[in-house]
Design a binder for this molecule. Structure first.
Ligand code: C5P
Length: 236
């Protein structure tokens, strides 16, 4: 995927109509669009195809976590929608991640497409040490993030989703080719919301992020196009 504009706009809206309106409005100022569970469950594959048909890159954020065979088939189905990035949970284990990466490579080859970036999600940022203890994991989120990230790389993944405050620690231990996709970006211009551990777009790129996932600072702005343009300018 061409990697000139690192802004991925999260289309966190409830319908195809509102997603399309937002995408049309901000397209010239952004690098890709993220379609997550809410929009996908509401609007289905058609909205993916419609946005992809404009030439924009699509990040399908459905965070697959299942037995390896099922995840591989879901990845192959996502490839048939021609997405450029998709997510899986690293806690599904090495075999699941290898199956996902293999399905991405094999399906891309058979369709004559470039293989998408299969991104591993480590510990959700909504989880803390108590959450990990509750489910019987090593009760240290930082250690668990590093452990899962290293397992992901060993299993063949080429990218990870991480919080802004994990970028530096991950960059220290991961090979340089690993792409880091980072939500939790705030410019300071928006109202306070549920993102607690944030960096500005420029800080995140300087820390080593490859891509920035930005939702509310763009779609909830008075002028989403202008907000995206300002963020892009701040990166130059
Ligand atoms: O509106 P906001 O900029 O907070 O949106 C961030 C996007 O990134 C949302 O789609 C959210 O679900 C996603 N995300 C996140 N934190 C993670 C993983 C994904 O905020 N750890």
């Amino acid at each position: 995927m061409a990697h000139k504009n690192p802004i991925i706009v999260a289309l966190d809206v409830p319908s195809a109509e509102s997603a399309w309106k937002l995408a049309e409005l901000v397209a010239p100022a952004v690098g890709a669009f993220k379609i997550g569970k809410e929009l996908f469950v509401a609007a289905g594959p058609d909205i993916v195809k419609k946005i992809r048909a404009t030439g924009a890159s699509v990040f399908l954020d459905l965070k697959f976590h299942d037995i390896p065979n099922t995840v591989a088939k879901a990845v192959a189905a996502a490839l048939r929608l021609d997405v450029q990035m998709l997510t899986i949970h690293t806690s599904g284990g090495g075999e699941m991640m290898r199956a996902a990466e293999k399905a991405a490579q094999d399906t891309a080859k058979s369709l004559g497409l470039q293989a998408p970036l299969v991104l591993g999600v480590t510990v959700l940022t909504s989880a803390n040490n108590a959450t990990l203890a509750e489910i019987g994991c090593e009760a240290d989120t930082e250690k668990q993030v590093l452990r899962l990230a290293q397992l992901a790389v060993k299993s063949g993944l080429r990218g990870l989703v991480c919080s802004p405050l994990e970028i530096v620690a991950l960059r220290k231990v991961l090979p340089a080719h690993i792409q880091l996709v980072t939500p939790g970006i705030r410019t300071g211009a928006e109202k306070a919301d549920d993102q607690k551990r944030t960096l500005s777009p420029r800080e995140a790129i300087q820390a080593g992020a490859s891509w920035l996932v930005i939702g509310r600072p763009i779609y909830a702005a008075e002028n989403p196009r202008l907000a995206a343009e300002k963020i892009l300018e701040s990166l130059l």
